[in-house]
Structure formats: structure tokens, C-alpha cells
Design a protein around this ligand. Structure first.
Ligand SMILES: Cc1cc2nc3c(=O)[nH]c(=O)nc-3n(C[C@H](O)[C@H](O)[C@H](O)COP(=O)(O)OP(=O)(O)OC[C@H]3O[C@@H](n4cnc5c(N)ncnc54)[C@H](O)[C@@H]3O)c2cc1C
Length: 324
């Protein structure tokens, strides 16, 4: 029987919500394949597997080992590869988070199989082939990819699919698995120091205020930050600002950056090229500030402010602070 396996990423305490999105999509795929939906829950200390059952997993493989308490890809790769070799799932879904993007190619290499990265759609066709859909050629086309190898591995963008409904009545099996990590695997990477920079969780932000090339110099990012602070929001950026080193890559929104879906997205001095739109056009409300009335961003904006951002943004901040 075909099995679709979801890797339930976690930080040792909490299961990453992308796992619930993958379970939702995984259920649709297994229904078409008439197969089983499973999840792997690997961690340093035991986590409640039932949560994954409530979200639709027929079976949860739970592996607990102190060697998994740090997010070291080589250890997770070894543990997963040995489990996959035993279970033989047809399809393996991994969230395209920073960790998932780093883990998945290692698994694909070890199993000598294919990987389709950053999928935005998944389906099973009439011949029961697994179809992996992702933007290609700078997002201008959507490629439909079928692999010839097995198992078929895909990473899937966060916030692409709805989370599976939670139902405590649902029943499933929890299988405790022995984690197999060689000493060498566990020791290949050593964490010397944990650096806590300006880590942002853009994908979960309710408000994102993003700056683009309309900003003249790096210190003008402060304007964007001040507007974001007024809303209690997070700062995003178009790629040129990231390439110029004005802001860290984890703030980049777009095709090669993060995909966000906040309640409010404010684009300041961003033209709205397809690669940027790919990361934010699903936002609930888009507000664009741009001095060029023909900028493509206005085609997607719910509210457009045509004018100089250096005048509009401070005025917006002033009015918001006054509660107007
Ligand atoms: C493979 C590939 C992947 C890519 N991935 C991404 C990605 O993930 N994210 C991304 O953002 N880009 C990405 N790009 C780059 C993308 O094609 C664009 O070059 C980029 O999005 C443009 O950024 P921008 O809108 O800030 O700059 P511009 O296109 O230069 O636009 C600046 C805008 O600011 C306006 N402006 C200027 N001065 C002012 C002012 N004073 N007040 C108000 N408005 C003003 C202008 O009218 C203009 O519309 C990618 C490109 C490629 C080829």
C-alpha cells in the first residue's frame, strides 16, 4: 500500500505548523492513492505524537534520542534515512523551512533519489503518479514534475496549504522507533556558539512593512522599521536591498525569499516585479506606496498611495500615533 510520509519538524517543544499543512495536503494525496498517511516525529525529548494523529496521520513514527536535541542535519538525515529504508514510503513531504531545505537534499543524496524543492502544489494524476508543482523560470511558468525514482521527495513552501483540521476523535497508531545515528553522524557537526541575531518569523507576522529600491540609502530602512513598529509588525524587503547588504536575507520577500500572507502588507518603494509578487500577493490587504502611478504593484494593491515615500511614511506614522 502506498504511504505518504510527512516529516514533522519541531524545535524540541513545538511542532512547526508547516507539518499540519503537509498533513492536510498529504491526506488529499493518500485518498487519491488509496494509501496511508504517516508522520515522523523525531526529537531529543519525547513529544506528544497524538497531535499529529488528531491532524490526520494514520501512523506516527516517533523517535526520541538526545542526539536529536540539536537541529543538526547530519543526525536527522541518518535517523530518517534508516527509517525510510525500513518503511518504504512512496512519497516524503518536508516543509521548505530553513532546516527542511537543508535536510531534504541530504536525504535525497543518501537514498539516491529525486527531490523537487519548494513546491507550491501537489497532486496525484489519473495514472496515480505523484505530480509536484513549482514555479520555474523566475516564476513565469508553473512546472509539473513527475519523478521516475522512488521514494519521491518534495519540500513544500510554508503557508501554501491550509492546516489539517484538528479532531481529537481521530485514531491512529504511534510506533516507537529506534533512532539509528552513528557516532560519526552525530559528531560531524558541532555547535560552537548559538548566535541569536535579528531572527524574524516573517511568515507568521500579521503585518509586514517592506522596503524596496525606492529607499535611497541604507539608513532610510529606519523609516520602514518605524512604520512596522507602529503596527507591531515585521520588516520585509525586496531582493536588491538584501543583495546590497542593507538587511539580512531572512527578511527577503519573494520567489527566492520568504512567502508571506499577512493581514496587511505595506510595500514602500517596491515596483512589484513578478519575483517579489510571488512572495506577497496572497496577503489579505496590500497597501502600496510608490511615486510611479504605473508601477505594477498597484495592480495588486487594495490601497495605493501615489507619491514620495519620504513624505507619505512619516505622515502615516504621525497619524497612526495620533490614532487618526
Ligand atoms: C531568479 C530571480 C529571483 C528573484 N527573487 C526575488 C525575490 O525573492 N524578491 C524580490 O523582491 N526580488 C527578486 N528578484 C528581483 C526582481 O526581479 C526585482 O529586481 C526586484 O523585486 C525589484 O525590487 P524593487 O521593487 O525594490 O526595485 P525596483 O524595481 O527598482 O523598484 C523601485 C520602485 O520604487 C519606486 N520609487 C523610487 N523612489 C521612490 C520614492 N521616493 N517614493 C516612492 N516610490 C519610489 C519606483 O517607482 C519603483 O517602482 C529576483 C530576480 C530573479 C532573476
Amino acid at each position: 500500500m502506498s504511504e505518504v510520509m510527512v516529516f514533522a519538524e519541531n524545535n524540541g517543544e513545538r511542532i512547526h505548523p508547516v507539518s499540519y499543512e503537509l498533513l492536510g495536503k498529504g491526506r488529499e494525496l493518500t485518498d487519491k492513492l488509496e494509501g496511508d498517511l504517516s508522520a515522523t516525529l523525531l526529537s531529543g525529548e519525547q513529544l506528544p505524537a497524538e497531535e499529529l494523529v488528531y491532524r490526520g496521520a494514520d501512523r506516527v513514527y516517533r523517535g526520541t534520542d538526545p542526539a536529536l536535541s540539536e537541529p543538526v542535519e547530519t543526525s536527522y538525515k541518518e535517523a530518517l534515512v534508516s527509517l525510510i529504508s525500513e518503511v518504504n514510503p512512496e512519497v516524503i513531504l518536508i516543509g521548505a523551512t530553513n532546516f527542511g531545505r537543508s535536510l531534504a537534499p541530504r536525504i535525497a543524496m543518501a537514498l539516491d533519489t529525486s527531490l523537487t524543492a519548494d513546491c507550491t502544489g501537489l497532486d496525484i494524476d489519473e495514472e496515480k503518479n505523484f505530480v509536484q508543482i513549482r514555479p520555474a523560470f523566475s516564476g513565469n511558468i508553473l512546472a509539473h514534475i513527475k519523478s521516475r525514482t522512488s521514494p519521491q521527495l518534495a519540500t513544500v513552501r510554508y503557508k501554501e496549504f491550509a492546516e489539517a483540521d484538528r479532531n481529537e476523535e481521530r485514531e491512529g497508531e504511534v510506533v516507537e522507533v529506534k533512532v539509528k545515528i552513528s557516532r560519526e553522524g552525530a559528531e560531524k557537526v558541532k555547535i560552537i556558539e548559538e548566535k541569536r541575531g535579528r531572527r524574524v518569523n516573517l511568515e507568521d507576522a500579521e503585518v509586514v512593512v517592506a522596503g524596496g529600491r525606492g529607499l535611497k540609502k541604507e539608513s532610510d530602512m529606519q523609516l520602514v522599521e518605524d512604520l512596522a513598529d507602529t503596527f507591531g509588525g515585521k520588516v520585509g524587503a525586496s531582493r536588491p536591498l538584501v543583495d546590497d547588504g542593507w538587511i539580512e536575507r531572512e527578511h527577503q520577500v519573494g520567489y527566492s525569499g520568504k512567502r508571506v500572507k499577512p493581514g496587511i502588507y505595506i510595500a514602500c518603494g517596491i515596483s512589484g516585479q513578478s519575483q517579489h509578487l510571488a512572495g506577497m500577493k496572497e496577503s489579505d490587504t496590500i497597501i502600496a506606496i510608490n511615486n510611479d502611478p504605473s508601477a505594477p504593484i498597484f495592480e495588486y494593491a487594495d490601497y495605493g498611495l501615489v507619491g514620495n515615500l519620504y513624505e507619505i511614511v512619516p505622515e502615516l506614522i504621525r497619524q497612526l500615533k495620533e490614532g487618526n
